[in-house]
Write a protein that binds this ligand. Sequence first.
Ligand SMILES: [Zn+2]
Length: 383
Amino acid sequence: MQDTLTILERLCAFDTTSHKSNQDCVEYCRHLLVSAGFDITVLPNADGTKANLHAVAGHKDGPALVLAGHTDVVPVDGQNWSTDPFKLTQRDGNLFARGTTDMKGFVAVALSVATNLNLDALGLSLHLVLTHDEETGCFGARDISDYLRSVIPAESFCMVGEPTDLRPVVAHKGIIGLRATVNGSEGHAATIATKTNAIHYASDLVQYLMQQEQVYAAKPAQDGYDTPYSTIQVGLIRGGQARNMIAKQCTLEFEFRHLPDNPSKSFMTNLETFLSTDLRPGLNRNDDEASIQIEILSHVPAFKAREPSGFLPVLQADPRAAKVKFWDGVTEAGYYQNAGLDTVVCGPGSISQAHQPDEYVSEKDLHECEDFLHRLISRLGAT
Ligand SMILES: [Zn+2]
């Protein structure tokens, strides 16, 4: 039996930056949960370097509650930390280390609450789901969603404990990340009239993307997002060799952060129409070999709580979580929703601390979350 702070200290000591393995961290969680009587399934990723974990215990025929969190954290490289980011430091009621807010704090609370329960008396079936690679594109949640669909009854409640100040997030945007590679001609700048410059056509694509964003901005959502419409952002452009050479290749990386009501499918269909009717004819005017390819680099689905959701009123019955909110960030919630679970994002700490140097969560927030989970579990177990 361990308390939240002891568990958090151990979790933070594992450097689970997304590009590194999370297996030691998962093994620690597995051990804790097995000792407490949970049944565990560890699901390695394709190359065996990382793992997801599913744990279950309690009353098999009762209602099911899933507590979901990710084990990976963002890098600390280039950040100016005043404490060791992988050593939990307590100061003035706050707990500093990478991942304390996003989201090892919630994972520690979930593990502490779960492993201190009297499982024989539990009136519900309690699941814990821990994933890898959330920060790089929710790949762990993507990989585990089919498995969850097969082992957790549809309609079960799922709480994704991202740092929302314990307010239920009922919708957030999705992201599709893309790369466009434009291949043009080689040659002396003086021959451009008969050749194809890849940068020029990549610029046409940027122009198109900015026009599309204006279309989305003209129809903002009524909800409470900070930016109430879908946005498009070109984050990287690379191309050309010298001022007096025709640019043979140009690469763009961009993303579409879309509201649940602007699915990425229609964005992709419109993009393909622009490429085939506008961009490619010009691209091939002087050069049959010139081309543009689009690759999807990552895709995290948008999330919208069920309407009506059975879970949301249960959460809101607790005064601490009475008010819902909308988020501009993304989470794994869309994957859990797609796995059939009645999902809400709700967890301790503030997103403003996430990914920052000297990231922290307050002890008070973690204790409030402990109490919140205890109340939730007893309410669900009593029904
Ligand atoms: Zn997170």
